[in-house]
Write a new protein. Structure first.
Length: 83
């Protein structure tokens, strides 16, 4: 994450003085970020995936922000079935 983005997130979290002890609280903190900052974070952390996979192009920021953090790489062999 670029330094400027890090400081924006840090400042937001400090100003809102919330603790992030659980995953639900962390998700809430991220969801409470201004939409422009969420878009920048998604672009920075998952931009390559969004550009390479047509399904993610032109999707709403809220959708991307809800899906991207849960994505994990998965190696499949030819002929494997994915549900």
């Amino acid at each position: 994450m670029p330094n400027t983005m890090f400081w924006k997130v840090k400042r937001h979290l400090e100003n809102n003085q919330r603790s992030a002890n659980s995953i639900q609280e962390q998700d809430k903190l991220l969801n409470d970020l201004p939409s422009t900052l969420r878009s920048q974070i998604i672009s920075c952390t998952h931009g390559e995936i969004i550009e390479r996979i047509d399904f993610f192009k032109n999707k709403e920021t809220e959708f991307l922000f809800s899906v991207m953090p849960d994505m994990r790489p998965l190696n499949l062999k030819r002929g494997d079935v994915l549900y």
